[in-house]
Design a protein around this ligand. Structure first.
Ligand SMILES: [Zn+2]
Length: 955
C-alpha cells in the first residue's frame, strides 16, 4: 500500500551490531490461550448444538403504526443426539405460534402445556420437544408480532423522520449489530451462527421499493399492499441483515448489472450523491485488488449490489450490512458549498471502513464479540489505507498516525484499558463497551505495526490466506496468526531478517495485553552503548505498574546519520531490558521511525536536551526529522508532563521548537494536550493567563504562515492545519483571528449569499456569536432550520453554542429537547457544544441539567445518552466551587438520577483529580513557561494563589 515507505534493507543495522535476543525464540504457539470458546457463560451464550442454514424472514410492515406482523422459518441442522430443546434469541413483542417439522415435513410434537418458553432477561426463546429428537434437519416456523422502535438508540428495526417541503415523513431502517436482530425476528443472534437469509417485506404501495441486503427478486401484491422478496444473501451472521422501508430515492452510479453501485437518500438531496458514489466505487476497486477477492463475486451465485444509504437518524456512524450499508447522513452526503474538508474526508474514510468490513466481518466473521478486533481493527486500518490508495491527495496514510495511533496510546494510558481479545465479554453491556478504542484504533495500530514488520507484500499475503481459508466462516485470532505465519514462512526476505521469529506469538502478545508500553532509552555517548527498558505507560502519576512485557518492534536512527526511510524493525525488544552497541559519539537517537510502532519513547535527559537543541536550531533543522517523529515527540513529551515522567523544564525545552513549526501533524499532536494543561489552570487565573499567552506565542509563526484565507494551492494538511490552528487561535483570543472572523461573519449576516468559506465556518460562526448578541444567534438558527446538508448543520449547531447571551443559550439548550430538526444523535453533542462554547456557559448548562434531568433523558434518547451528557461535564468542572456545586446536586438528586448517579459520582472524582493535577503542577510549568516567555513576572502572585489553594484542600 501507498503508506509503506521504501524498504532499505538493514540500513539501521549498519549503525551498530544488533544481536537477536534469546527472547525471540518463542516458538511454542500452543502456549497461546485460545479464547474462542462459547462456554464462558452457558446461560448467556447459545450452544452450537443447533446450526441454522436458511432463514426465511417475512415482515408485514405498518410504518405509520410503528408495528409489523412477522413470520420466520428457520431451517436448522441439529448436531446433538436426543435434543430436548432448541434455544435461540428473541426480543419481539409477542410470539403467537411455533411449529417444528422434520426433514420429511412431519410435525414434531412439542411439550404440553409449554411448547415454548421465553426468557426476557436473556432474550431467549426455548422450544420444548415432547420427546428427544434425533440428529437431523428441521424447520421451525414462528409467527409473532413486532414493534418498530421510535428511538434510534433502541436500535433493532426503528423509525425515523425527515422533512420534505416542511412536511414530516417517516421511514424505518435497521441497526442489528451487535444483538438487536432478535428485536426484528427470532434468530440465532451471535456472530458465529451464519446462514442464508431470504427476506420479504410487505409495505404500503405509496412508499418506494424497500431495500435489503440483496436486490429485489420478486414483487407481488398482498391485497392492496406490495410484497418484495429479495434474493438470498450469502452465508452471513444475523447482525449483518438489514432492511429499509421508506420513500427514499436512489442514484445508480455505474448503471451496470455486474458492478452496481447505488447511493440512496431522502428525496431532494440527490445532488449530494456523486462524491460518495465516485469515492466508494474507487475504494471498492482498491480492495478488490488488494484482497484478491472481488466484492461482486461474493454472492455465492446470487447478484450482489453495493448500496449505501444516507439515514437521517442513525445511532452509530455507519453499519456495514452486506449490500445495504447505512450511514448517518452527514457521513455520506457531500455538497461542495456546505460540506467542509473534515467531513469530506469522513465520507471517504467511513465508506472505506464499511467496505473493508465486506471482507473482514461479513465474509470472515469474528467468532464472538470478544474477538471483535478481527472485524473492527482491520476495518479501521483500511479505513485509512484503502481510502488513501483511492485518493492520495487526502494524505490519509499520515493522518492515521495522529488520528488512530495517538488515540490508541491515549486510551491505553488509562488504567481501565482492556485487551484486544477480552474474555470478559459475556453480557449485553460488556459487548457494547467492547466496541471501544481498543477494538478499533488500538487494533488498527497494532496491525499497522505488524505490516511494517512483515513488509507490505507479506502482510497482504497473510491476509489473503486468512480470507480465502475462512470465507463464509468464522475467524479466530489463531487462524489469523497461522495465516501470517504461513506468509512469513514463504517470504525469504522476512526469514532472512528475522530468523526463528514467530509472527503469531508477537501479534498475540499485543492482542492479549491491555495497555501500551513506553520504551525508556539511555544513550551512553562515550561508549556507544544504548540501553532499552520497557514498562506499561499510565498517564496518571503513581499508578502501580504491572509487570507486562511486550515484544516491541524497534526502529531507530541517530543524529550522526539520520534516516527516516526504513520502518522495518532492526530488532524485537522483549523482556525487561536490552542493549545495543552503537558507534561512540555525541549523537542522539530517535526511536520509532514515522511512529510505525504502538509505543511511546522516553529518552535520558541528555538525549532529550540534544533533541530539543536540534529541533530548535535555525535553518529549519527540524525538517530533517520526519514530521511524524516530530509529532510523536511532542505528543509523548506532553503525556510525560502529565504523568510526571520527564523533567518539566526539559519538556518545555523540547516543545520550544513549536515556535517555528508549521506542520499540521505536529500541531495536531500538540493541541489537545496543550489545551488539557491550560484547562487545568482555570482555577488559577495567573497561571491560566500565562499559559494562554505561551500558547499564542508558540503559534505566532504557524498563524502567519497559514494566513486567514484558503489558497487554491493548499494541500489537504494545510487546510486541516488552518482549521485547527485558527479554531484554537480564536478561542485563545488571538486579535487577528477574531477580527478576520468578525469581518467574514458580518458580511454573511448582512447578506446571506456571501457565504463564509466552507472550511472556515466553524470558527468564523463561533466568533460571530461569541462577540455578537441574540440577533446573531437568531440569524444562525435560521440558517440551521433551512440547511439541507447534515454536516453543515452540525457545524452550525456547534457554533450556535458559542453565544454568550444567556437567553439565547437557554433557547439553544431547550431546542435540544423539542426541535425535530435536531437529530437525536446530535442532541447529546449539542449539550457538549454548549460547554465547549465558552467557559462562562457552565452555570447556564448546569442549571439546565439540574432543572431538566427527566426531560433530557427522554428527549436525548434514554439513560445512556443522559450519562454521556453527565460524563462530558467532567472536563469542564475546572473550579473547586463548581465541583462542589455539582457534587451536592448529585447527592441530593440520587432518586431522580437513577442509574446515572454513578456517572455523576465519577465526574466528581475525575474533576477533582484534574484540578489537583493543575494545582500540583502549576508552579513548575509556570516557571518553565515563564522562562521562555516575554511575559512579565507574576510568580509571586501565583505562589500566593497556590498557598490559598492548599488551604482549601487541607480543611
Ligand atoms: Zn466497523
Amino acid at each position: 500500500m501507498g503508506t509503506i515507505m521504501l524498504i532499505q534493507i538493514f540500513a539501521c543495522l549498519l549503525l551498530g551490531a544488533v544481536a537477536v535476543p534469546p527472547e525471540l525464540e518463542f516458538m511454542d504457539s500452543t502456549l497461546i490461550e485460545d479464547r474462542s470458546t462459547n462456554l464462558d457463560d452457558p446461560k448467556y451464550r447459545l450452544t452450537d448444538a443447533v446450526q441454522p442454514t436458511d432463514m426465511y424472514v417475512d415482515l408485514d410492515v405498518y410504518l405509520q403504526e410503528a408495528r409489523f406482523n412477522g413470520f420466520v422459518r428457520l431451517d436448522v441442522q441439529t448436531r446433538e443426539e436426543n435434543l430436548r430443546q432448541i434455544v435461540m434469541h428473541q426480543k419481539v413483542v409477542s410470539i403467537q405460534t411455533v411449529n417444528v417439522v422434520d426433514s420429511a415435513g412431519r410435525p414434531v410434537n412439542l411439550q404440553f402445556p409449554d411448547p415454548y418458553t421465553t426468557d426476557d432477561y436473556y432474550e431467549i426463546l426455548t422450544i420444548n420437544f415432547a420427546n428427544p429428537i434425533p440428529i437431523g434437519n428441521y424447520s421451525i416456523s414462528i409467527r409473532y408480532q413486532g414493534a418498530i422502535n421510535l428511538n434510534q438508540f433502541e436500535r433493532g428495526f426503528y423509525r425515523g423522520h425527515y422533512f420534505l417541503n416542511n412536511q414530516m415523513r417517516y421511514y424505518a431502517t435497521t441497526q442489528f449489530q451487535p444483538y438487536y436482530a432478535r428485536m426484528a425476528f427470532p434468530c440465532f443472534d451471535e456472530p458465529q451462527f451464519k446462514s442464508r437469509f431470504i427476506i420479504s417485506i410487505t409495505r404500503d404501495p405509496s412508499l418506494s421499493p424497500s431495500y435489503s441486503n440483496m436486490p429485489i427478486a420478486l414483487t407481488s401484491t398482498a391485497g392492496v399492499r406490495l410484497r418484495e422478496t429479495f434474493f438470498p444473501t450469502p452465508i452471513v451472521s444475523a447482525y449483518l441483515v438489514a432492511f429499509t422501508v421508506s420513500d427514499f430515492v436512489e442514484t445508480n452510479y455505474t448503471h451496470t448489472d455486474t458492478r452496481p453501485f447505488g447511493i440512496v437518500s431522502r428525496p431532494g438531496v440527490t445532488n449530494q450523491h456523486p462524491y460518495a458514489a465516485e469515492t466508494g466505487l474507487e475504494i471498492t476497486n482498491v480492495m478488490d485488488d488488494y484482497f484478491g477477492i472481488d466484492y461482486n463475486d461474493m454472492g455465492q451465485g446470487q447478484p450482489m449490489k453495493n448500496d449505501h444509504l444516507a439515514i437521517p437518524d442513525f445511532p452509530a456512524g455507519a453499519m456495514e450490512n452486506w449490500g445495504m450499508v447505512n450511514y448517518r447522513e452527514a457521513y455520506l452526503l457531500y455538497d461542495e458549498n456546505h460540506t467542509n474538508l473534515i467531513n469530506k474526508i469522513f465520507i471517504a474514510t467511513i465508506m472505506a471502513h464499511e467496505l473493508a468490513h465486506k471482507w473482514f466481518g461479513n465474509l470472515v466473521t469474528c467468532f464472538w464479540w470478544s474477538n471483535l478486533w478481527l472485524n473492527e481493527s482491520f476495518a479501521s486500518l483500511f479505513e485509512y489505507f484503502s481510502a488513501h490508495e483511492a485518493n492520495p491527495s487526502l494524505e490519509l496514510d499520515d493522518q492515521f498516525v495522529v488520528d488512530q495511533v495517538h488515540s490508541a496510546l491515549n486510551w491505553d494510558a488509562g488504567a481501565a484499558a482492556t485487551p484486544m481479545n477480552f474474555s470478559d465479554v459475556d453480557s449485553n453491556p460488556s459487548i457494547s463497551s467492547h466496541f471501544s478504542v481498543t477494538s478499533y484504533a488500538k487494533g488498527a495500530s497494532v496491525l499497522r505495526m505488524m505490516e511494517h514488520f512483515l513488509g507490505p507484500r507479506c502482510f497482504r499475503m497473510g491476509l489473503r490466506y486468512y480470507l480465502r481459508e475462512n470465507a463464509y466462516g468464522i475467524g479466530t485470532p489463531e487462524k489469523l496468526y497461522d495465516a501470517l505465519r504461513r506468509a512469513a514462512a514463504e517470504d525469504m526476505e522476512f526469514r532472512r531478517l528475522y530468523p526463528n521469529v514467530d509472527v503469531g506469538a508477537i501479534l498475540d502478545n499485543w492482542v492479549q495485553n491491555p495497555g501500551s508500553p513506553v520504551v525508556n532509552v539511555h544513550v551512553n555517548m562515550s561508549t556507544g552503548l544504548i540501553t532499552f527498558t520497557q514498562e506499561r505507560f499510565y498517564v496518571w502519576p503513581n499508578t502501580p505498574i504491572p509487570n507486562t512485557r511486550w515484544h516491541i518492534p524497534i526502529t531507530w536512527t541517530h543524529s550522526g546519520n539520520f534516516s527516516f526511510e526504513n520502518t522495518r524493525p532492526s530488532f524485537i525488544f522483549s523482556g525487561d531490558s536490552h542493549t545495543i552497541q552503537n558507534t561512540p559519539g555525541h549523537n542522539f537517537v530517535i526511536l520509532n521511525i514515522a511512529q510505525s510502532g504502538l509505543y511511546r519513547v522516553n529518552y535520558d535527559d541528555h538525549n532529550w536536551e540534544m533533541i530539543a537543541a536540534y529541533l530548535r536550531r535555525s535553518n529549519n533543522n527540524r525538517l530533517t526529522v520526519h514530521k511524524l517523529n516530530r509529532a510523536q515527540m511532542v505528543n509523548d513529551v506532553l503525556y510525560f508532563v502529565r504523568a510526571r515522567k520527564i523533567n518539566i523544564d526539559r519538556a518545555f525545552d523540547v516543545l520550544s521548537f513549536l515556535r517555528s513549526e508549521t506542520d499540521y501533524y505536529v500541531w495536531a499532536a500538540a493541541i489537545g494536550q496543550l489545551n488539557w494543561i491550560r484547562n487545568r489552570f482555570e482555577h488559577l487565573p495567573t497561571a491560566h493567563e500565562l499559559f494562554t499567552r505561551y500558547m499564542l506565542q508558540q503559534m505566532a509563526t504557524v498563524i502567519n504562515h497559514l494566513g486567514y484565507d484558503e489558497r487554491s494551492t493548499d494541500s489537504t494538511s494545510t487546510i486541516l492545519n488552518r482549521m485547527q490552528i485558527m479554531n484554537l487561535a480564536c478561542n485563545l483570543g488571538h486579535a487577528g483571528c477574531i477580527s478576520d472572523s468578525l469581518r467574514k461573519w458580518n458580511s454573511f449576516k448582512q447578506n446571506s449569499s456571501n457565504l463564509v468559506p466552507v472550511n472556515q465556518r466553524r470558527y468564523v460562526y463561533c466568533v460571530g456569536l461569541r462577540e455578537g448578541d441574540s440577533s446573531d444567534y437568531d440569524f444562525l438558527m435560521q440558517q440551521y432550520m433551512t440547511s439541507e446538508n447534515a454536516a453543515d448543520m452540525v457545524v452550525i449547531l456547534r457554533a450556535l453554542a458559542c453565544t454568550k447571551n444567556t437567553t439565547s443559550l437557554n433557547h439553544y439548550l431547550h431546542q435540544t429537547l423539542t426541535n425535530d430538526r435536531i437529530r437525536l444523535h446530535d442532541r447529546t453533542n449539542a449539550f457538549t457544544f454548549a460547554l465547549q462554547g465558552n467557559s462562562e456557559n457552565l452555570d447556564t448548562v448546569l442549571e439546565f441539567l439540574f432543572q431538566n434531568i427527566a426531560a433530557i433523558r427522554e428527549a436525548h434518547g434514554g439513560a445512556a445518552r443522559l450519562n454521556i451528557n453527565i460524563n462530558n461535564i467532567a472536563g469542564f468542572l475546572t473550579k473547586f466551587e463548581d465541583i462542589e456545586k455539582f457534587r451536592l446536586w448529585v447527592n441530593q438528586n440520587q432518586v431522580a438520577l437513577g442509574s446515572s448517579v454513578f456517572a455523576g459520582a465519577g465526574v466528581v472524582t475525575s474533576a477533582m483529580n484534574q484540578l489537583t493535577w493543575g494545582s500540583q503542577n502549576a508552579l513548575d510549568i509556570h516557571t518553565s513557561v515563564l522562562a521562555r516567555s516575554s511575559a512579565a513576572t507574576v510568580t509571586t502572585s501565583l505562589m500566593l494563589l497556590l498557598s490559598v489553594l492548599a488551604i482549601h484542600f487541607i480543611r
